[in-house]
Design a protein around this ligand. Sequence first.
Ligand SMILES: [Zn+2]
Ligand SMILES: [Zn+2]
Length: 373
Amino acid sequence: MKSLILRTALTLLFTSSFAIGISAQTEEAQENTRAIEFPDIPGYVTLKCDLHMHTVFSDGNVWPSIRVQEALRDGLDVISITDHIEYQPHQEDIPHPERNRSYELALEAAEGTDLLVIPGTEITRFMPPGHFNAIFVKDVNALNQKDVMEVFREAKRQGAFVFWNHPHWTAQRPDGVATLTEMHQELLKEGLFAGIEAYNDNTYSKEAVELAEKYNLTLLGNSDVHGLVDWSYQIPEGGHRPVTLVFAREKSAEAMQQALENQQSAIWFKNTLVGNPEFLALMIEESLELTRKGKDPVPRVVIHNHSDADYVLENISEYTLHNFAPVFTLKAHESTTVMVKILESLDSFELKFRVLNAFSKANEHPEINLPVK
Ligand SMILES: [Zn+2]
Ligand SMILES: [Zn+2]
């Protein structure tokens, strides 16, 4: 998502190019400025995914095609519509005997676009075990059965990827602390779930990040949107929905599932990134482009930030900076010039930063190395 200033500039550009009739400029001006932007990593694509959302086919307020249009506006690569199996408050108006229907309608709506729609559903039980999403399912109808352990086993038979939703939800966990019960241990022992939402709607669970670390679970962060995404996240005012970034070999359902199973993910919410230490650091490095200018021994380095995150950096290089204290911010989609006191003449040197608004574990920040030539 680019800044409002840029958005305004693009609007002006659009207006002026329209007036003088230059179509190339118009095309550029029409670029989607609310699209969530994070770079790919060499060998991997960074898939922007929202894997938890509802429609009128459970307790949501919109038709599945609206979820597709919202996702396209947000520049998402993948969505999964995960209507509740057991909670059907619109059943009188929408009887819903075919539980794959919201997926089918979304798939139809996404035809001809780059958006990948993967089948999913939300297993909706009291705690324990609470709510779980099963994605990459083959037939949601077969998951509509009484015995909850059997539901999970059926999801596994279908080859689904299953993750624990909002384990910190205060309606089910009054203290807000994600905690494994005996039933969760049992599910883990049978290999019946492999991921955990550490971010849901507008809430974060540090304890869920700790559980992910302890039990090798994949971290996810999703909107769980029921109304309109624009209203839930103030997108017209510059907000964004939470997403799961999945680092996959390619943009396909198979590659994405493989990546999820390998815990190759990160969460993006409220200007914060949380995720896989290795991939997160690589993605942050990839989003920064450095250009060396000026004279030694205090060269200027222009750092352009190609991502949506304002990176809050702590300088841990062997050099101090001439124009910043050790903590400063690289604004999203902007260039920042740092003056580096290298003290001598060097062909190349390295800047090292700790990224304070990113977490690679519950309490740890990723460190990035940026070579300057
Ligand atoms: Zn839920
Ligand atoms: Zn939900």
